[in-house]
Design a protein around this ligand. Structure first.
Ligand code: NAD
Length: 483
């Protein structure tokens, strides 16, 4: 990507103040950009457009390819789609990159050596937003993780580490529980790591990983993780580094990229000239690197460090008796502009590769796999007989099917038939697993016929999941407690 024309949105809350500050600094540093300004967010939502952006403005985003965005407010109440998620997914912005670095001793943090980057998968996982209520008791949200999406983000993390001279990549997942989705993520990480012998690697289960990030963030370098975990740990990391007001973020795709602050629109401090513009400014510096203007980004980041060192601090990082000047957004911006061309004295100056090229990842061709249908999980809404699973089990043991037989019934994932425990709490949402009687492939018509028998028995089928073997290995999880 090499362009001087970008799309800009001033956003909501503190958005206009920090965007004005950021653009003033970019101009003063000689970035030489032209802007198409678009309106997105709260006003657009409240005008009745539930997507938060008009069609014409979508075209502007598509035309310019590079988007510098201030935070927006999504109005309370249902019906409004998340514009951030829609932009990321529609434009294929698969990598969310969030550097978190401490500016110690000039900005208070317990971790002076903290300098890490979170690479968060940006399109998949629970953010598919596919949710259904299936019974009056149970609602589901689908977690979708693709092999190609996983490979793309993990390759990006390694390529990012190499391009930025980072030595260690940590994977975080919850593969002790989600053995298939998160398990595939972890396995893909281990496989791709072998292609980068110069990079050290390790893996943390996300819960202990998040705890270590809060208590000992200096141990981390690059972290790659799935969408939801990445969302949570990047806020932890930004706060631990000093302030959410400091962190910038990039959303990178093959053809488009969006740059922003990691924080929200901070309505509590909007319009008061007290917001810290550094987060959006750091996002804008990532943009300059992406469009081939790393020298300008370096100049701005060094002036930012010098401003912080000289004790010009906005309220979020101000410390009595330590900071020299408590300044608002405008005064901070002026102090930074005065320092363009200067380098920090106490902090390590930023040195960027002026010839860095945007990272592109290419995926390996998919191997052909053999897929065999061998059964079905039938999900039911069933409230009869005091919810006794044995009644349901006995009924299904006699259901006529040439090729399928009942294996087990589970409730909220735990086996309740044929070997349940009397203490297991049961909702009215049941999964009944039927598998091939002779372990051979089952025709789909047999599965339809089975459902028709269940329906005739007056039991409500909510949905089904087919059970497959991939390359002769079962590609479905066994139930908790299944023998
Ligand atoms: P927030 O990040 O806006 O604010 C959290 C706290 O941090 C507040 O006390 C705020 O004053 C402070 N803060 C944030 N940025 C600051 C800055 N630059 N300088 C000084 N202090 C700063 O989070 P929230 O209050 O949970 O969300 C407010 C709104 O922002 C919501 O409508 C939410 O949906 C939206 N939001 C938007 C984005 C985005 O557009 N990318 C991201 C997150 C939240």
């Amino acid at each position: 990507m090499d362009t001087n024309r970008i799309t800009v949105a001033y956003g909501d809350g503190i958005g206009p103040e920090i965007m004005t500050a950021t653009l003033e600094i970019l101009e003063a540093a000689g970035a030489g950009l032209q802007y198409d300004v678009i309106e997105i967010g709260e006003k657009v939502y409240l005008s009745g457009n539930t997507s938060g952006i008009s069609d014409e403005n979508w075209h502007v985003l598509e035309k310019n390819k590079i988007f510098l965005k201030a935070p927006i407010t999504t109005p309370q109440g249902g019906g409004y789609q998340s514009l951030n998620v829609a932009i990321r997914k529609t434009l294929g912005l698969y990598a969310n990159v969030r550097p978190c670095v401490s500016y110690s001793p000039f900005v208070k943090t317990n971790f002076p050596e903290m300098d890490l980057v979170i690479v968060r998968e940006n399109e998949e996982d629970l953010y598919a937003g596919i949710e259904h209520q299936q019974t009056d008791e149970v609602i589901q949200c689908l977690k979708l993780v693709s092999v190609s999406g996983t490979e793309k983000i993990i390759r990006y993390a390694f390529e990012y580490a190499v391009a930025n001279n980072r030595k260690h990549v940590t994977c975080m997942s919850k593969d002790n529980i989600m053995k298939m989705t998160d398990g595939m993520f972890h396995k893909t990480f281990d496989r791709i790591a072998k292609e980068y012998p110069q990079v050290n690697t390790d893996h943390y289960i996300i819960d202990i990983g998040a705890a270590k990030l809060a208590s000992d963030p200096e141990r981390f370098d690059v972290i790659v993780t799935l969408n939801l975990y990445g969302d949570i740990i990047s806020d932890i990391a930004a706060d631990v580094a000093g302030s959410v007001g400091l962190g910038g973020s990039s959303n990178i795709g093959e053809n488009f990229a969006m740059f922003e602050a990691i924080h929200g629109s901070a309505p509590d401090i909007a319009g008061k000239d007290i917001a810290n513009p550094s987060g959006l400014l750091n996002g804008a510096c990532m943009m300059l690197v992406q469009i081939g203007k790393a020298a300008i980004a370096e100049k701005i980041q060094n002036a930012l460090l010098r401003t912080l060192e000289d004790g010009y601090h906005t309220g979020d990082i101000y410390r009595e008796g330590f900071s020299k000047h408590k300044v608002g957004t405008k005064a901070f911006t002026a102090a930074l502009i005065e320092r363009l061309g200067q380098k920090p004295i106490g902090l390590k100056p930023v040195e960027l590769n002026h010839h860095a090229k945007p990272i592109h990842v290419s995926l390996k061709a998919k191997e052909k796999v053999e897929k065999k249908l061998v059964g079905v999980d039938v999900f039911l809404d069933w409230d009869e007989a005091g919810k006794d699973p044995n009644v349901l089990g006995k009924l299904f043991e006699n259901i006529p099917s040439d090729q399928l037989a009942l294996d087990m019934i589970s409730n909220r994932g735990v086996v309740v038939f044929p070997h349940g425990h009397p203490s297991t709490f049961c909702t009215n949402h049941w999964r009944c697993r039927f598998t091939s009687k002779n372990e051979s492939e089952v025709p789909f018509s047999e599965i339809l016929e089975l459902q028709s028998h269940i329906d005739k028995a007056n039991i409500k089928v909510i949905k089904t999941e087919n059970l497959y073997l991939f390359n002769n290995k079962p590609a479905y999880s066994i139930a908790q407690g299944e023998k």
